[in-house]
Design a protein around this ligand. Structure first.
Ligand code: ASP
Length: 334
């Protein structure tokens, strides 16, 4: 009887323990080379990526949801001036900050997004509130900020997002735009990295993804990139995968990058890394789109693919694999 009980216990309990969980995150992709970062900058960035990763992982380890892990990690990156999201977001042409964010719950395909918000301190929480406290998927501009106030999310002055580093980037970008006689800053890939995003899988097998950004330096005319567009910058579906993207947003929208990776996995039964590689290297790059993604599937596989010199990234899984990487010659998709 004792043996029978032990057998029954192992049979029921082990699969639950064996369930893989974890998360993978990015802090933006672009022309990130060793020559461009000082040792101190590199160390600070690696430490912040690890901090966000471990905070998100702890949520999962304690049985929290993938949505909670995504918001926990993203808030840490939004609050850090090192990334182009929340504090430290890039400037618009007019010297302001307009922030975009989105989140998606793979268990039910609920989603929320905000575009062009100026006063909510953590845009990812506004995106989450749109998902859980409104009948909508996307709110934009002053209406989205009003909604964030309505649901009592912490507000800040737009100048809270200011940093000297990003101001200098704006000045350089404006000089370049003037020299080129253009009112758009889309070709200037040096000035747009630092977007943050997470894909996570929790102990219940639920996937989620979220993305937050200040967009592109010197953006104008209410420009909105891929980060708040469900299917382009963010996607999560338990049947396929969860993806957060970063890069030249216009291309990620046109090629529907996040959802395309998951569709390939679903319809073609491709492994996650194969699907991600094809989209990032074989489709996006020839089209002229630079950037990358982090992704996770229901079996706990992760992918980190980019076609730029670098992508800030970190991962941690329940099988004890973890890491932080920046450059092309470091760990990419396993
Ligand atoms: N994808 C973002 C945008 O186009 C920028 C980035 O990820 O660096 O707004």
């Amino acid at each position: 009887m004792k043996h029978l009980l032990l057998f029954a216990f192992l049979f029921v309990a082990v699969p639950a323990w064996a369930e893989k969980f974890g998360l993978v995150l990015h802090g933006g992709a672009g022309t990130i080379t060793r020559a461009k970062l000082t040792d101190k900058q590199e160390a600070d960035i690696r430490a912040k990526l690890a901090e966000a990763r471990d905070a998100g992982y702890k949520v999962l380890e304690n049985g929290g949801s993938s949505i909670e892990a995504v918001t926990t990690a993203i808030i840490i990156l939004e609050d850090s001036p090192l990334f182009n999201a929340g504090k430290g977001a890039v400037y618009t042409y007019d010297g302001q900050h307009e922030l975009d964010a989105s989140i998606m719950d793979g268990s039910n395909r609920n989603a929320g997004a905000v575009a062009g918000v100026k006063t909510v301190r953590n845009p990812i929480l506004a995106a989450q509130a749109v998902m859980t406290q409104s009948d909508h998927v996307m709110l934009a501009g002053s209406g989205a900020d009003a909604f964030a106030r309505h649901v009592q999310l912490p507000q800040v002055k737009n100048s809270y997002f200011d940093t000297e580093f990003r101001l200098q980037q704006l000045e350089k970008a404006k000089q370049k735009m003037e020299a080129e006689g253009t009112s758009f800053n889309v070709k200037n890939s040096d000035y747009k990295y630092g977007t943050v995003g997470v894909a996570a899988l929790d102990k219940n097998g639920n996937l989620a993804a979220g993305t937050s950004t200040g967009g592109m330096t010197a953006k104008r005319w209410g420009r909105v990139g891929d980060s708040p567009i469900i299917g382009a910058g963010t996607w999560a579906d338990n049947n396929s995968c969860a993806v957060s993207a970063t890069g030249h947003g216009e291309y990620f929208i046109r090629y529907h990058v996040a959802a395309d990776i998951c569709s390939r996995k679903l319809y073609r039964d491709q492994p996650l890394t194969t699907a991600a590689r094809e989209v990032i290297h074989d489709i996006l790059l020839p089209a002229g789109g630079t950037g990358g993604i982090v992704a996770m599937d229901r079996d706990g596989n992760i992918a980190m693919e980019f076609n730029t010199e670098g992508m800030y990234r970190a991962w941690r899984l329940s099988d004890n694999t973890s890491g932080v990487a920046i450059y092309n010659d470091e760990m990419k998709s396993p």
